[in-house]
Design a protein around this ligand. Structure first.
Ligand code: ZN
Length: 112
């Protein structure tokens, strides 16, 4: 599974954060990009991991309580097309009295 990791740190923690990331391994350090030079002291990475616990191992322990780790997916044009088809089918099947005239309720429905 793919996980997006955002690992923020304060300017004061910057060097410690980078060194902590290096301590995890050179490959793990290389997986991260940092916004530090732009004033956004956050490490960003897209990683492949078996589960969230494994993804959490990519983050230095002293930063774990601030890290945001989200399982993310990639969508193909075909998958998006199938979602649009489901939306279309749902709109057809819906009782006109239960949805607003613009179909706003359906558009806000998650088909994933
Ligand atoms: Zn920094």
């Amino acid at each position: 599974m793919r996980y997006m990791i955002q690992s923020p740190h304060t300017p004061e923690e910057c060097l410690m954060a980078l060194d902590g990331q290096l301590a995890k391994g050179k490959d793990i350090l290389n997986a991260f990009s940092y916004g530090c030079k732009s004033g956004d002291h956050t490490g960003y990475a897209l990683v492949e991991a078996k589960n969230e616990t494994e993804a959490r191992n990519w983050v230095p322990s002293f930063l774990l309580n601030k890290a945001r780790i989200v399982q993310v997916d990639v969508y193909t044009p075909e998958v998006i097309k199938s979602f649009m088809q489901k939306l279309h089918n749902a709109a057809k099947a819906a009782d006109e009295s239960t949805i607003d005239p613009d179909g706003e309720d359906l558009i806000r429905t998650c088909f994933i």
